[in-house]
Design a protein around this ligand. Structure first.
Ligand SMILES: [Zn+2]
Length: 200
């Protein structure tokens, strides 16, 4: 399922407009022997502007790729390490989150479009002599994020959120009794309150 999405997105990011920006994430496969190769990529703010739905707006990440070439397939072990800037779901201010995520993508050559039987695999067209790893780095950076995006707590267990917003939240009783499942409706409520404050 996951890699189905990756496959579709790969086509999406290869649209004319975006190819130029992500060119540095193309790995040439021509002339590689059947062994492991290492590549390093710098992932900064510009990178995530290429993806419309990115939750990450700013980043200072390093991605390391170990590409292992085999006779009929590739293994791409990618680690993403560093920090990103997210929007806090509680106070809507930006905060920094550390990311340390590593996983392996298995790439097979073939022309099949139906590869549900190979969920763990990504297909590369027969004869394709390069692969753009930008999408994988994007996905892995997001997999490395926590489920909820909150400012960390201080040593007393209190949120380090924007104090003004915390006061407002307390006033509207929005801090207590909000479980994670209800984060969406309460987020929209919070946005409404913030907007009405800004407009007054
Ligand atoms: Zn916060």
């Amino acid at each position: 399922m996951l890699f189905e999405i990756v496959f579709i997105n790969l086509h999406e990011i290869f649209s004319r407009k975006k190819v130029v920006a992500l060119e540095e994430y193309i790995v040439q496969l021509n002339g590689l022997d059947n062994k492991a190769y290492d590549f390093d990529f710098v992932v900064s703010d510009d990178f995530f502007t290429n993806f419309e739905n990115s939750q990450i707006k700013k980043a200072s990440l390093n991605a390391h790729l170990t590409l292992t070439k085999k006779p009929d397939s590739l293994e791409l072990e990618i680690s993403v390490l560093g920090s990103v800037t997210l929007t806090c779901d509680r106070c809507l201010d930006e905060y920094k989150e550390n990311i340390d995520f590593k996983d392996t993508i298995f790439v097979e050559y073939g022309d099949k479009t139906d590869f549900n039987a190979h969920e763990d695999f990504v297909l590369l067209k027969q004869g394709e002599n390069s692969i753009n790893v930008a999408q994988f780095i994007y996905e892995f950076a997001h997999f490395g994020l926590p489920l909820v995006h909150y400012h960390p707590n201080d040593e007393n267990g209190k949120p380090t959120c924007n104090p003004e917003m915390l006061k407002i939240l307390e006033k509207y009783s929005l801090v207590e009794g909000k479980d994670e499942e209800n984060v969406d409706p309460w987020l929209s409520q919070l946005s409404d309150i913030k907007n009405s404050m800004l407009n007054n």
